[in-house]
Design a protein around this ligand. Structure first.
Ligand code: DLL
Length: 432
């Protein structure tokens, strides 16, 4: 189902006109209301009148997470505080939290974007949807919650944790849809298998995101649960979940470009990438009132295409994320992303999807060790089988990464499970 056909299927020219009109208005509002941007624009020698349409986008300054931190908590807000009806925040691993605010209209647009995502995933008012993202300052729980309610689906606000209870509710309420991180759904699948309940549940659709995952992981989840799994993207600074998501063709995620103007730039030169070329995703918000952002550098690496999708939508599509500029590991000069390991392991199909990368420095040399969980049976079988599989995985990873990797097979449940975003890397080099 297409929730807002007028916006999702307009011609590229119509979209550019809409974006230009919204950008011009937004720039003027921000210039007059946010001192930070006014000063930045003045330093660049530009005035609101210089921005006549999206062709002038590259005249605007960039924004980084650090800018939000430097203006903690409300320094970048463009409306009086009394107009702000909700605050969310993302903690991150270092420094102060990033604080985001929403006016009533911002919340309404957010709800519409998430409803569009869910409709695109085939969810309707007939569905009962378990929301198993964290509720609270994180945008996942409440973002999905209000979007699903807006669509008319029945919402079960589970939040994360207490997996046993999640399963009971899923079974008793006959939930047909779930929203959570892909890693948490894997954990739920393990628990369902253990309880012998895989065939008892009525799930049809999962809407998964908030962390990187691969096509191979999608296949595994879809096969195990006999469902369709959709990818949903978003980030708190720009809104939360619902900035982009994929349709039934899974041919990249459609960006709601009528609200979020995307660019994909070379992260070193900040020059635009060609269609299909990998670069950093950058967003300019077009309609946000409380926290409008110019050219926000997401650090997420993807490529973009403007080709019309088979589903009829003309919205730009981004490819699955390759990683983030800041989770790319450089090991002995080789660039490594956790997603490469996941894809290689899933393709082999002989291990579980649970893995952990441990990077260490010994005698000034970086070492990558990958722990992979395998079936218990391997540990009771002859030792030779375990050794053979270890060698096979090490060879596969070496081929995939171009780097020698030490592999350690571990028993099920050795690697810590996550109810929210999974932690895949321990980089001990930072600790030395
Ligand atoms: O993770 C918002 C969200 C909640 C998205 C629920 C989807 C579902 P933050 O905590 O600010 O917001 O983290 C944003 O998470 O820049 C990406 O690096 C990563 N991310 C989010 N969705 C995806 C996805 C929420 N589908 C950061 N695939 C982003 C890959 C994702 N990475």
């Amino acid at each position: 189902m297409i929730w807002n056909e007028a916006k999702e299927c307009m011609s590229r020219d119509e979209m550019r006109n809409l974006q230009s009109a919204r950008l011009v208005k937004m720039v003027s509002r921000v210039y007059h209301n946010v001192e930070f941007y006014r000063k930045k624009m003045q330093a660049l020698g530009i005035e609101p009148g210089d921005i006549k349409g999206i062709e002038d986008l590259n005249k605007l300054p960039f924004t980084t997470k650090q800018d939000l931190r430097d203006n903690y908590p409300f320094g970048l807000f463009a409306v009086p505080k009394s107009e702000v009806v909700r605050i969310h925040a993302s903690s991150g691993t270092t420094g102060k939290a990033t604080v985001v605010g929403y006016t009533r209209k911002d919340i309404a647009i957010w709800q519409e974007c998430v409803a569009r995502v869910l409709a695109m995933a085939g969810i309707s008012k007939e569905d009962r949807m378990q929301i198993s993202y964290g509720y609270g300052l994180f945008t996942g729980g409440m973002g999905l919650h209000y979007g699903a309610e807006n669509l008319g689906a029945t919402v079960i606000p589970m939040s994360t944790g207490n997996t046993k209870k999640q399963i009971t509710m899923m079974e008793d309420f006959e939930c047909t849809a779930i929203a959570c991180t892909p890693s948490y759904l894997l954990h739920i699948i393990d628990a369902l298998e253990e309880a012998g309940k895989l065939d008892k549940i009525k799930l049809k659709t999962a809407v998964l995101g908030a962390e990187p995952w691969t096509e191979e992981m999608r296949n595994r989840i879809e096969t195990k649960l006999n469902i369709t799994a959709h990818d949903i993207y978003g980030l708190s600074e720009v809104m939360g979940p619902g900035v982009a998501a994929d349709c039934k063709y899974h041919a990249g995620m459609h960006i709601y470009e009528d609200h979020f103007l995307p660019e994909v730039l070379n992260p070193d030169t900040l020059e635009p990438c060609k269609e299909g070329e990998l670069g950093e995703l950058v967003f300019t918000t077009l309609t946000k009132e409380a926290l409008p952002l110019f050219r926000y550098r997401t650090k997420d690496l993807t490529s973009i295409t403007y080709e019309k999708c088979q589903c009829g939508r003309t919205l730009a599509r981004i490819s699955r994320f390759k990683g983030r500029t800041d989770d790319m590991l450089v090991i002995r000069g080789v660039n490594v992303f956790p997603s490469q390991i996941e894809a290689a392991l899933m393709e082999m199909g002989e291990t579980s999807p649970h893995y952990l990368m441990i990077v260490d420095r010994v005698n000034n040399l970086d070492n990558l060790e990958v722990w992979v969980e395998v079936d218990e049976a391997f540990f009771s079988d002859e030792i030779r089988k375990l050794e053979d599989l270890t060698k096979k995985i090490a060879h596969t990873l070496q081929q995939a990464l171009g780097l020698a990797v030490k592999v350690k097979l571990v028993e099920p449940k050795t690697i810590e499970r996550s109810e929210g975003k999974a932690k895949r890397v321990i980089d001990k080099r930072n600790l030395i």
